[in-house]
Structures are given as C-alpha cells and as structure tokens.
Design a protein. Structure first.
Length: 523
C-alpha cells in the first residue's frame, strides 16, 4: 500500500508558541512579494522566473497557513529560450508581479526580464486561483506597480520614480502621461526597485528599495496627496535580522484586525530570499516598518489556529490525476514526456531528447527547499532506463549537488557530483558545465532506489547532505557535504529540490517516481 505522504510533511518553522508567527514568515524562496487582502483572505504573488507554471498565487487567512492556489500562466512562449532552445531564461522570465483587486476582479502586471518577450503582461481573473486571461501587452515596465485610483483612473509606477497613466480598458498608455515623479539622491546607486503603490486616507504611498553607495539595503517610501504634485521621502525600514543581511523590498497590507503589516523579503544565501512579517506603524502619516525600535521582530502575534494545515512545499504520492501546484518545471515542460496516468500512483518521466546535463534537460521538476532545516526523499523505479540515461535528485541551482543514477550498457551506478554551469550573459545559453565527482560510485543492481537530500540553512551553513537507500529505511551517506549558494548573475533563485531524468544517447527510456517525502525541521 502506498504511504500517505502528505501527513509526513511537518511544518513547524513558522510557529513557535501559541499565538505567534516566528520570522521568517516563509523561510523559502518567495522574492519580490506583492500582498493584498480581499475579504478574509490575504493573497500573495512572487517571482519564479524560469520555472513553469509561473507567477504563483498564494493565499492565507492569518499570515501563517499559506497555500499555493494557482498560477498566472502555465507556460511562456514569447521566445524559444523558454523551451531551452537557442539559449535559456535562467534568472529571467517572470519578475516582480503586481497584484491588485478592483471592481470585483483580480489584476496582475508583470514584465519578463528577457528579449524578445520582455513586453509587459496585464492579466485578469474573476478568482485568484484563475483561470487568468491576458488583457493587454504593453511596453516594458521594470519592477512595476499597477494602481487603480478611487476615480477608476489606472496608473503604472515603475523604474526609479516613473509613472504613466493607462487607458481605462488597460489597452494602451495615455499619450503624454509619462512623468518622472522624483530624482534619486546622489548617494543612491542603481535603480530604486520594487515599486509598490498603496493609497490610504487620500495619501499615495510608493514603497521601493534604496541601496546608497557604501550603505545598507533599506526600504524607502515616497508620499504625496497629488500624483502630479510634490513627493516627500522617508526611510521606513533599515534593519538586519537573524544574523543575515538587511531586509528590503516588499509591500504593506491592511489587516483584518484593523492593523497594517509589512511583508518584506531578506536575502538568506542558499535558500534564497525569504519573507518576513512586521508591524506597519503609522507615525506622522508615514508607514514605519518594524517594531518600536524599527527592527524586524523575531515573532509576531497572529489570530489563527495553533496547527498549520497548508504549506507551499509538501510530500506527494502522485495519486492525483493532476500534478500538484507545489511542483514547478524547469523551463517549459514537454507535455507528452510525462504522465500521472501511464502508471497509476506514479509520476512517469520520459526522455524525449538528448541533453548534456541537468541544466539543459527538459522536464526537470522542482520544489522549494526551506529553512531552518529540511529533508526530501524521492523513491525511483529505474527499471526502464535506457543505455546512456541519467536520472536522480538534486539540490538544484547554478551550482548544484546531484545524486545521479547513470546507466551505461548493462551497468548502473550512483554518484554524488557537484556541478557548475556557465551561461552567456546575453542569451543565457549554456557555455560550459563543470562536473566533479564526490566520493566513490555505488553499483546498483535493484530496480528501486531511494535518494535523500537534507538541507541546513541555519546561519553560516547552507549545507546539503546526500544519502541513498535500497529499502527506504537504512541510509548510507554518499559524497561530501555540499555548500549551496545564491548567485544573482545566473539563476537568481534559492536552491530547489529537483527530480530529473534525461538521455545522453537515445530518447525513449523512462523512470517512475513513486513518491516524494518531505519535512522541515525547526532546531
């Protein structure tokens, strides 16, 4: 009998004691957040770049129980690079989506960071879980915020303090509406990114990040009572947290309890960019973030239940007819090369073309890793692998640690390797993959194997440890501890669990994924 794996997913990292949320609110890669409240629900959208489906929509009633309820799109097709043809979109694709609710409908705006395909999408849906449809495609707006005013006029705030008005049908930019609303200060370097526009009591608040030369990342706010008038500026958050770097980029949202809250991300190395929750204190009309000392608090009160029921990463026994929303493919999937119905209760992963490494292999399927510590176990039936096939389990990023099952002739071997991909800066085409074996190879004579990766994202660690088993209970460590990284120049994402299968000689083989067991550990 297949095990009920969902019950094995233990989430305790967000809860410490009854009645509190322990920061980070989400200790996994959830960058560039926008958060809105509609009725009893908070809705959150994040960046997932080259992963498909893309632009996840998450929902919670209490900032604690977050679940993924849908995506803005299944695939992007503007460029062959989304299929890993003529390059890749590693670190590009969908960025910094803006989420709004207006007159009974949800709206989203995002501009892929790619060319071609970098034009802005505006999408809409009656329900946040979708289906989402495209309203229009406009010029590129970097890190933009869509904004519906009280008089139904529509604006986009983008770049470093730029603004345009849109037609009411969202089909075009109003001629002559482009305006530079402020100039950055002399000590500020680069863009003031992450625009998020909120209006409260007749005042407009534009939140962005600033990174002064030689200074610290910080959240700033510009405000005005007249969009065409003068804007004032104030630093509303300057805080490190938990021994990690300074927190910055996100938004504020009105709570069901009448209070306001800040949801701001923080870079945390190998796990990626995590979300923190903090008070938003209105002081002299400014949305000051953090506790009374202006710091990110270790814990926040909440009004939810003591038990966490939902999560954005969890186990799977593949008994559903549809792939769970917790999974994302690396680039666009080849739909006829995977199946949940060819063998009931298994995810069949077929090879459809040859590849040189995990980095150009189609249909690699991923989930987020989480802090402070987590563990993932995949069970594979490898009996139908072909000569030259490579299948396995990875801590996947621009630098990856892999457990690879290699079938060459009649011999099947398991190795732990570290792999480093080099990408062309312009096309993101793969120019080189460096591979180094860690430890001895293990000969496999069975058709079923269990592979395990443990991740430790506590301060100064970012270590992945690799194991294998032939019965799912007795484990043998293989290879060396692996240092996970975050590299904004290549993948620009946190490390993911990744299950892969690719051919190096001839397509046509397959592996059956029996299960994925997951837990996160708070210690």
């Amino acid at each position: 009998m297949k095990r009920l794996l969902i019950s094995l997913s233990i989430i305790v990292c967000s809860l410490s004691i009854s009645g509190t949320i322990k920061n980070p609110m989400l200790w996994s890669d959830v960058p560039d957040p926008d958060v809105i409240r509609v009725g009893d629900y908070y809705y959150l959208v994040s960046t997932t770049m080259h992963l498909m489906p893309g632009a996840p929509i998450m929902r919670s009633t209490d900032f604690t129980d977050w679940e993924t309820i849908g995506y803005l799109f299944d695939k992007l097709t503007d460029s062959p690079k989304y299929d890993m043809n003529e390059g890749t979109v590693y670190g590009r694709g969908q960025w910094a989506t803006s989420l709004k609710y207006h007159n009974g409908r949800f709206y989203a705006l995002f501009a892929p960071n790619d060319n071609p395909g970098g034009e802005t999408y505006i999408m809409t849906a009656a329900k946040a879980e979708g289906p989402w449809t495209i309203v229009s495609r406009l010029r590129h707006f970097h890190d933009a915020s869509l904004f519906f005013d009280d008089d139904d006029r529509v604006y986009v705030f983008f770049g470093t303090g730029e603004m345009v008005e849109l037609s009411k049908d969202l089909q075009s930019v109003v001629e002559g509406s482009h305006r530079k609303i402020f100039q950055r200060e002399k000590d500020e370097t680069g863009l003031l990114e992450g625009s998020r526009m909120v209006k409260k009591d007749g005042t407009y608040y534009l939140l962005m990040i600033s990174w002064p030369a030689g200074g610290k990342r910080r959240q700033v706010c510009y405000r005005t009572n007249d969009l065409l008038g003068q804007w004032e500026k104030k630093v509303v958050l300057l805080s490190d947290f938990g021994g990690f770097p300074y927190v910055g980029q996100g938004t504020i949202v009105d709570g069901k309890d009448g209070q306001w809250y800040g949801v701001i991300f923080q870079d945390r190395g190998g796990v990626g960019r995590v979300l923190t929750l903090m008070p938003c204190r209105w002081v002299d009309g400014w949305p000051m973030l953090g506790d009374d000392s202006g710091k990110v608090p270790e814990t926040m009160p909440f009004g939810g239940s003591e038990t966490k029921h939902n999560q954005i990463t969890h186990s799977d026994d593949f008994s559903s007819e549809k792939l769970g929303l917790h999974w994302q493919w690396n680039h666009n999937p080849i739909d006829n090369a995977w199946s949940l119905t060819d063998r009931q209760g298994f995810l069949r992963m077929k090879t459809s073309r040859t590849a040189n490494s995990i980095y150009d292999a189609p249909n690699t399927v991923t989930q987020r890793m989480e802090g402070p510590k987590c563990s993932g176990i995949v069970c594979l039936d490898i009996s139908k692998m072909n000569d030259g096939d490579r299948a396995g389990f990875s801590a996947f990023n621009g630098d990856s640690g892999l457990l690879t099952i290699a079938r060459d002739g009649k011999t099947t071997m398991l190795t732990m390797t570290s792999e480093h991909v080099s990408l062309d800066n312009r096309s993101k085409a793969i120019t080189d993959v460096k591979r180094e074996q860690q430890g001895d190879a293990v000969k496999i004579k069975r058709k079923k194997v269990w592979l395990r990766i443990d991740g430790d994202f506590t301060l100064h660690r970012d270590i992945a440890t690799f194991y294998y088993s032939f019965d799912g209970s007795r484990w043998t460590k293989i290879g060396n501890d692996y240092k996970m990284i975050f590299d904004y120049r290549r993948f620009f994402m946190g490390t993911k669990f990744a299950i892969f299968n690719y051919a190096t000689k001839t397509a046509g083989g397959f592996v059956d994924v029996d299960s994925f067991e997951y837990k996160v550990i708070d210690n």
